[in-house]
Design a protein around this ligand. Structure first.
Ligand SMILES: [Zn+2]
Length: 104
C-alpha cells in the first residue's frame, strides 16, 4: 500500500494515482575562482573564519556549500512555484532584477 502524501506547501492530500509534482532542488555554492585580495587584516579575517567554522555544526557547514531536497506539490502549488521561480522579482522571493550577463 502506498503511503499517503500531502502537498508540502498547502497540505492538500495527494491520493495515490492522482496528479502530483516532485520538485527536486539542488543548491550549489558558486565559486568564481576569484580570490579577493586581503585587506591587510588577513590574520584577523582568518581567525574570524576559523572561529566561525569551529562554532559551526559540520552539517550546517555542508549545507552552505551544497543542499539537495525534494518537494511534493499539488498542481496549483506547482504552478505557483514554477511561476515564482521563473519570475522571482514579482513574488516575495526577490533577487536583483538585472542579473549579471553571461557572454557567449
Ligand atoms: Zn498544494
Amino acid at each position: 500500500m502506498m503511503k499517503e502524501r500531502h502537498c508540502m506547501r498547502c497540505g492538500k492530500e495527494l491520493p495515490p494515482g492522482n496528479l502530483n509534482y516532485m520538485v527536486h532542488i539542488r543548491v550549489f555554492a558558486g565559486f568564481d575562482e576569484v580570490l579577493l585580495e586581503p585587506d591587510g587584516e588577513i590574520d584577523q579575517q582568518m581567525k574570524q573564519i576559523l572561529k566561525e567554522i569551529g562554532e559551526s555544526d559540520p552539517e550546517e557547514l555542508e549545507k552552505d556549500v551544497y543542499e539537495e531536497f525534494n518537494l511534493i506539490l499539488c498542481k496549483s502549488c506547482r504552478d505557483r512555484f514554477v511561476k515564482e521561480t521563473q519570475h522571482p522579482w514579482e513574488g516575495p522571493f526577490r533577487v536583483k532584477k538585472d542579473p549579471d550577463r553571461i557572454l557567449h
